[in-house]
Design a protein around this ligand. Structure first.
Ligand code: 5GP
Ligand code: MG
Length: 183
């Protein structure tokens, strides 16, 4: 089977070109999982995953975690169209008692860092033992915060991307590869 993806996809008014193949994504997921398996063995981590974009990464990551663990989801939103609005909106709260727990906050992509910066004090106020941050993608040149990101799958340039859970106004989440905007 040919591995290189050459097709451009159109979503709404924008075109997107292939950027990261499914194989590269898989390798990135393995890198993150391997480090977590080493660092958090025996700590019964609670993975707190930030919806919606994280759903595929969370599913693939968790299948590679080899220590007993739990998973929960929160929902926030700071993106409109192709730019971060800077303002983090809706939040659906966590039902678990996280006091004394080891938390892994899981994002599909960290861009400005505003979403995580907003969630961190909310989680910290509930006195977990530790909060680790894991993201599949990280845009270093867009990052405006100073929290430490413990697990990064891939660093990417500051381009808007879709696929593997990430959307452009609702479309593109189903694509198995990651595409970047061309115009
Ligand atoms: P931040 O708060 O770090 O600026 O952005 C975090 C959220 O914005 C991500 O979880 C994701 O939902 C969205 N986001 C950031 N960059 C991109 C991107 O390039 N493409 C898409 N589709 N969403 C993004
Ligand atoms: Mg997200």
């Amino acid at each position: 089977m040919q591995e290189t993806i050459t097709k451009t996809v159109q979503l709404h008014d924008k075109k997107f070109a292939p950027h990261i193949s499914a194989t590269e994504i898989e390798k990135a997921v393995v890198r993150v999982a391997t480090k977590i398996n080493t660092d958090l063995a025996g700590k019964n981590p609670l993975f707190v995953c930030v919806l919606n974009g994280v759903f595929l990464f969370a599913a693939d990551l968790l299948r590679k975690i080899e220590t007993p663990c739990e998973i929960s989801f929160v929902k926030v939103s700071s993106y409109e169209g192709t730019a971060s609005s800077g303002e983090v909106k809706t939040q659906i709260g966590l039902k678990e008692d996280i006091k004394g727990r080891t938390i892994v906050l899981v994002e599909d992509i960290i861009d400005s860092g505003n979403t995580i910066a907003k969630l961190l004090p909310i989680l910290e106020s509930q006195q977990p033992a530790a909060i680790k941050i894991a993201t599949l993608l990280f845009k270093p040149s867009a990052f405006k915060r100073d929290f430490k990101i413990d697990y990064i799958g891939l660093e990417i340039p500051n381009d808007f991307v879709v696929g593997y859970g990430l959307d452009y106004n609702g479309l593109g989440r189903n694509l198995p590869e990651i595409y970047k905007i061309t115009e």
